[in-house]
Design a protein around this ligand. Sequence first.
Ligand SMILES: Nc1ncnc2c1ncn2[C@@H]1O[C@H](COP(=O)(O)OP(=O)(O)O)[C@@H](O)[C@H]1O
Ligand SMILES: [Mg+2]
Length: 249
Amino acid sequence: MALVQTMGLTKIYGKGDTAVVALDHVSMEVNEGEFVAVMGPSGCGKSTLLHLLGGLDRPSEGEVLIAGVPLGRLADDALTELRRRRIGFIFQFYNLIPVLSAAENAALPLTLDGADGAKAKNKAEEWLRRVGLGNRLRSRPDQLSGGQQQRVAIARALVAEPALVLADEPTGNLDTRSSREVAGILRQVAKEWGRTVVMVTHDPQIAAYADRILFLKDGAVVDETRLDHKNADNATMVADKMSDLAGAT
Ligand SMILES: Nc1ncnc2c1ncn2[C@@H]1O[C@H](COP(=O)(O)OP(=O)(O)O)[C@@H](O)[C@H]1O
Ligand SMILES: [Mg+2]
């Protein structure tokens, strides 16, 4: 079943002569429990797509449905509630709060939603253990490596048990080893913990962790590949495909 569906999704920034068509009638689906990567050159509309999927912004035209609910029909407060309870976000620069511990950062979505403090703390610690940070619960962000900070952000994205996790260049600021760790955890989020994951990346090594890759160019989906995880050299295949698409006019 499709957890995410878009129909003719279009986003135009600005008006008149300076208008930019960031997304141009994108129709796609992501199934429940699927791990999808979105790839494409800088400026092709990847972040715009992710923001619209997460209800952080509204489309100029077209529709996003999450679990069959058209986001365009929701009032602002209902959209905020859906975003807080059903969707987890992960960003390139982690967006952790410097003065809070790993556990306090991870608990934040529950605390802000008015959850009982002890319950929020237990949930946060449980997710931090799952992402391999059980021994860093009380560390502040500046005491953690980039990869560890991103794992705190993953725990924070999962703490409210969302159905959908959206990650925008989650490895964009990490070294190769941490990048692979984070990509491996995101795959686990989908395959073991049953969430639906949509990840934007321009790194073929990282996209190779996904079940399926959507290639975006000039605001449109121009190609799609399903990955066979018994094939060890997906990364090379994805890189070749990227350069083919970059070369094509
Ligand atoms: N808030 C905005 N105002 C005006 N133009 C924007 C805004 N956000 C993005 N754009 C433009 O829309 C296009 C797609 O941007 P974006 O979705 O950020 O691409 P990507 O994430 O693939 O690099 C780009 O041309 C970008 O300059
Ligand atoms: Mg972007």
